[in-house]
Structures are given as structure tokens and as C-alpha cells.
Design a protein around this ligand. Structure first.
Ligand code: NAD
Length: 406
């Protein structure tokens, strides 16, 4: 799998030694394995993938995605994003990701536990050596991380655990909290208003989407629409926080109004937050977007073709490696807690996220303005520079004679 990053363009802004580009263009390691369990008297056999994209800055960090659509190529692209997300948030991890190609809905609690134990069994070398440190992603959650920690007998081997088992308060909300932090910083800069003057729509009402909607509404933003895989709900005056906290999309659409699922993507809102699957904004969908700002809470929700359309339309896109870095920032805090025995509070977790994301946002905003480019290209330029310089520091590659870090 070759990278889709245009290193040639980024090299206009920052020094990227040519040998670093060679190493970054392909993943460092790819593993495909088969998970086999017996459930209800039948064999369930499914593919699983692990990709370590680059570990020059630290062990491979990235969530486990369980979905029928996961494949090695997607896992590789997500591992690559993690390399740059960690660099941008100044978290000393590298990029990793794993995938289990299965619809989680087919699992009951017992078969789920058996499957996760089988995952640990098949990938034990990576988990026990600390080469890869997983966390939740789509289709997995804290109880799966608890199963992993039990199987490895090492709380440092995984993050996103329940707080009673070495997880940190606030980790569950962390990614959504980070999306809110970026929205709070970007709204005055881009829209000239604070969040209380903004309307928002959130696609995907799982872990990331629900918490994003709750934090935005708490800050006074009007969350007009939310969606899940089955449909969308709409409230002209903005959903009350209490309802966002506890209702499903189906319940909201019954109590307020119903929308076709993808109509949400076309609403004329200030902030549109994709928080579901990848590759939502392809060219045709991007043409229909009427939002002013897109906050990429999901990983890779925009295709390169969609990105070109959004840029052409003057829609500001805040990229995934910035917007959803709250999760990995909290994961780093949890990993440190496992090493030190320190016990963090929810407020400390949120403080860590706010601090790292504010610094990352400021550097991206400055770079976008200095380089005269998009937020995405600015964020990638900063992150690729950081990773490439770490390669120089570790003497993986000779230094380039370039223009510094912008
Ligand atoms: P999740 O499984 O908890 O929730 C996903 C939600 O998206 C569900 O409500 C599902 O019904 C909905 N959905 C799926 N397809 C949809 C569609 N076409 N239209 C509308 N809704 C749809 O997953 P999550 O953990 O919230 O992750 C969401 C995204 O955020 C993913 O891209 C993931 O990679 C990214 N992310 C997650 C974390 C994390 O900490 N969980 C961290 C960083 C990035």
C-alpha cells in the first residue's frame, strides 16, 4: 500500500529528506491473521489485520476497528494517519492500527470475549512486546480493552480500559471533548463567533459523535441534527443537552423530526461534524455540502477528490489528524498512568487534551497562514516534518539540507 500523501507538495513548505519520504511512503510492517472461534456450536472464522506504519517516534498506537468493511488497505491508511496524528499532538507514539473484518452485531457477549482473546493470542508478540498498543475504534469499546488487559496481564499493553481497571476518567469522552476544543478555537477564527452563535450537525452518534454533540450543546451551540447508520433526527431550535446525553437517534427522531440519513450532510449549518465511517465526502457528496466549516472527527471522512471540491467551494476543513487527536492524547495519559501509578481525575484528562490540542491548533493555524495553504496541508506538513526529523535524530536517514520546520 503506497501513501496517498503528496510529499512533493509538502516539501514546498518544510524540509523532508528524500530518504525519509522513501520510508514513509510504505508501511513498516503489515500482518494478516485469521481469528477462529466456536460460537453457538459453529465455527466463526474472520480476518484480522495489524499495520505498524512508522515507529520512529515510539510504539505503534491506534485503535482496533471491528467492521465488515475493514481490509488491509484501510487499516494501512488509518495506521499512517496515526503516525501523523501522534506527531502533531506531540505524543511520543508511532502509527499503528488493527482491524477485525466482522459485523460486531453478530457477536453475543461470550463470543465477543472469545474473539478478543483469540485476537490477543494471534497478535501476542506485538501486544506483549509493547510494539503495538491498541485502543477502541469503531465497533470496539472499553470492555474489549479490559479483555485485552486481562489476557496480556499488562495494563500498559492497551488504553481505553474502563476506569476501574486502570483506565482514566474522561477517556470515553476524550475524542468528542477534543472535537469540541477544536470547534471552540476555530469558531471565532473562521466564523467570527463563539460556539453559542453556531449551529451544528453531527453524522454518527456513537462514542465520538454523541460526546461531540453533548459538549457542543453544553457550550451553547445549536445541534440541529444527528444521524446514525439507520437515519437522522432534526430539531430546529437545537436538541437539549439532556436528550443528546441519553436518547438514541430513533428516539430523537420520534420526539422531534425525522430526516433521511444523508440529508444531514447537506444542511446549511456552521459546523458539520462527520463522526462515523471514512470516505463520506467524495466528489458528488462534497458538491452538496452547505456547511461553513467541517470538523473531521472521523478518520479520513474526505476523499482527495472531495477535498478538492470543498476547498474550491471555500469550506474550511479541519483535518482528522488535528480534530480527533483528543483520543490519543488521553491514551498517552492513560499509558503514563499505568507506568507511574499516578491516578488522574476527569478534569486532569480534559486539561491534558485541551493543552495538547490548543498547541496543535495554534501551530496549524499559523502554518496555514504562513504557507498560504489549507489546514489539512499545514497539519500534514508539520507532522511529516516532525516524523522526518525524528528519523534524522535516530540516524535512520541522513539529514536533508532544507528549509526547516516552517
Ligand atoms: P462507534 O462505532 O462508536 O460509532 C459509529 C457511529 O456511526 C454509529 O452511531 C453508527 O450507527 C454511525 N454510522 C455508521 N455509518 C453511518 C452513516 N453512513 N451515516 C450516519 N451514521 C453512521 O465509532 P466511534 O468510536 O465513535 O468512531 C467514529 C469515528 O471516529 C471513526 O472514524 C473512528 O475511526 C474515529 N475515531 C474514534 C476514536 C475513538 O476514541 N473512539 C478516536 C479517533 C477517531
Amino acid at each position: 500500500m503506497a501513501s496517498s500523501i503528496n510529499f512533493e507538495r509538502l516539501a514546498r513548505y518544510v524540509d523532508i529528506p528524500p530518504d525519509a519520504r522513501v520510508l514513509l511512503e510504505r508501511p513498516g510492517q503489515e500482518v494478516r491473521t485469521t481469528l477462529n472461534i466456536v460460537t453457538n456450536g459453529k465455527l466463526l472464522c474472520t480476518d484480522a489485520y495489524l499495520v505498524l506504519h512508522c515507529w520512529v517516534r515510539g510504539p505503534g498506537k491506534g485503535g482496533i476497528r471491528m467492521s465488515p468493511d475493514v481490509d488491509l488497505a484501510e487499516t494501512g491508511r488509518l495506521a499512517e494517519l496515526m503516525t501523523y496524528k501522534c506527531a502533531l499532538a506531540q505524543v511520543p507514539f508511532g502509527g499503528g492500527k488493527s482491524g477485525i473484518r466482522l459485523d460486531p452485531a453478530v457477536l453475543n457477549e461470550d463470543s465477543r470475549t472469545a474473539l478478543i482473546k483469540e485476537y490477543v493470542h494471534c497478535l501476542e508478540h506485538y501486544l506483549n512486546s509493547g510494539l503495538y498498543i491498541p485502543a477502541p475504534d469503531m465497533g470496539t469499546g472499553p470492555s474489549d480493552m479490559a479483555t485485552i488487559a486481562s489476557a496480556t496481564r499488562n495494563p500498559e499493553s492497551v488504553t481505553g480500559k474502563p476506569p476501574r481497571l486502570g483506565g482514566i476518567p474522561g477517556r470515553l469522552e476524550a475524542t468528542g471533548y477534543g472535537v469540541y476544543v477544536i470547534a471552540k478555537l476555530a469558531a471565532p477564527d473562521i466564523l467570527g463567533s463563539d460556539l453559542s452563535g453556531c449551529s451544528a450537525a453531527v453524522q454518527g452518534f456513537g462514542n465520538v459523535g454523541r460526546w461531540t454533540a453533548v459538549f457542543l450543546a453544553q457550550a451553547g451551540a445549536k445541534v440541529l441534527a444527528v444521524s446514525d447508520i439507520n437515519g437522522a433526527a432534526y430539531c430546529e431550535t437545537g436538541f437539549p443537552v439532556e436528550d443528546l446525553n441519553c436518547c438514541s437517534v430513533a428516539e430523537l427522531s420520534t420526539a422531534y423530526s425525522r430526516l433521511e440519513r444523508d440529508e444531514l450532510l447537506e444542511l446549511p449549518v456552521d459546523l458539520l461534524v462527520p463522526a462515523a465511517a471514512g470516505r463520506v465526502f467524495d466528489e458528488p457528496t462534497a458538491q452538496k455540502v452547505n456547511a461553513k466549516v467541517i470538523l473531521e472527527a472521523a478518520n479520513e471522512p474526505t476523499t482527495p477528490e472531495g477535498d478538492a471540491v470543498l476547498t474550491e467551494k471555500g469550506i474550511a476543513v479541519l483535518p482528522d489528524i488535528l480534530v480527533n487527536a483528543g483520543g490519543v492524547s488521553a491514551s498517552y495519559a492513560e499509558w503514563r498512568q499505568a507506568k507511574s501509578g499516578e491516578v488522574l481525575s476527569r478534569e486532569q484528562t480534559f486539561g491534558i487534551i485541551e493543552d495538547r490540542l490548543t498547541r496543535a491548533y495554534d501551530s496549524v493555524r499559523r502554518a496555514a497562514s504562513d504557507f498560504g495553504t489549507t489546514y489539512r496541508e499545514a497539519a500534514l506538513a508539520i507532522a511529516v516534518y516532525e516524523v522526518a526529523q525524528a528519523m534524522v535524530d535516530r540516524k535512520w536517514v541522513p539529514a536533508g539540507a532544507g528549509k526547516g520546520g516552517g
